[in-house]
Ligand binder design. Structure first.
Ligand SMILES: [Zn+2]
Length: 262
């Protein structure tokens, strides 16, 4: 066989591998950004809850200060009780004490409610912090795994690129140019098999003489219909990706027909 045919065949293989690798590599930075954004969102949520809890605690302190003042007032009023000069003054102080006491009682109830709310929020926060740490640990591990995969893929890619250059050097420049042009145009296979007198990509007939030449494995010809470069299928019998679409499995079709919903 003409070594250029083998080289072009191998080159196409490398190109397909490169394409797959590049797509995989493209996904990694995107995934890393997503992970980072997810963690930022979670951190912001946690921060918001913490702030709420702090605000509630500040509210509790304000009430506690007011309660202390009310208790001070009660103490003063009680002290004044010993110095009353007449029943009118006594009843005024009693009223004052009663009203302050009511205020203090209401406030104590309010403080207890706030305390319960703070406790509840703190429990919730504790849970949130624990799951945040858990998620962060997993995200860090995932990022680490992705970075390692990226390094590996990049090394593989570099190797393939070098190999690809070597192979390109083994094929005539004109042929390489045609190959690259068609690859761009069809967005895929540019070197395809000819089988039973037809191009397996476009299914059109290959002139008899061309097919005979292809079978000898000495020349590379273009398909007159689609322009793809051709090789005889028999040269690479083990190759599965020769441009032929995969035959559909008949049992699946039967199964689909048997199903009432289909
Ligand atoms: Zn064709």
């Amino acid at each position: 066989m003409n070594p250029q045919i083998q080289a072009l065949f191998d080159l196409q293989k490398r190109d397909r591998q490169l394409h797959v690798l590049e797509r995989k590599l493209d996904l990694i930075p995107k995934r890393l950004v997503e992970l980072d954004e997810d963690m930022k969102k979670l951190a912001k949520m946690l921060e918001g809850e913490q702030k709420k809890c702090e605000d509630t605690r500040a509210f509790q302190r304000t009430h506690e200060r007011a309660l202390a003042e009310e208790e001070e007032m009660l103490k003063n009023s009680r002290a004044k009780m010993g110095q009353v000069k007449n029943p009118r003054e006594l009843s005024a102080i009693q009223r004052e004490i009663e009203s302050t006491r009511r205020m203090a009682n209401t406030r104590t109830e309010e403080i207890n409610k706030i305390k319960a709310a703070v406790e509840e929020t703190e429990t919730k926060l504790e849970g949130m912090r624990a799951s945040f740490e858990d998620i962060r640990g997993k995200a860090d591990a995932e990022a680490e795994r992705l970075r390692k995969a990226q390094t590996k893929l990049e090394a593989k890619l570099a190797k393939l690129e070098t190999n690809r250059k070597d192979l390109k050097g083994q094929v005539e420049l004109d042929t390489i140019r045609t190959y690259e042009r068609i690859r761009k145009r069809v967005g895929g296979m540019a070197f395809v098999a000819a089988s039973e007198g037809r191009c397996t990509a476009c299914k059109m007939h290959v002139p008899h003489q061309t097919f005979v030449a292809l079978r000898k494995g000495e020349e590379i010809h273009s398909c007159e219909s689609c322009g793809r470069l051709l090789f005889w299928k028999g040269l690479f019998p083990e190759d599965e990706a020769t441009g032929e679409p995969k035959a559909k499995a008949a049992p699946e079709k039967r199964a689909a027909k048997a199903s009432p919903s289909a």
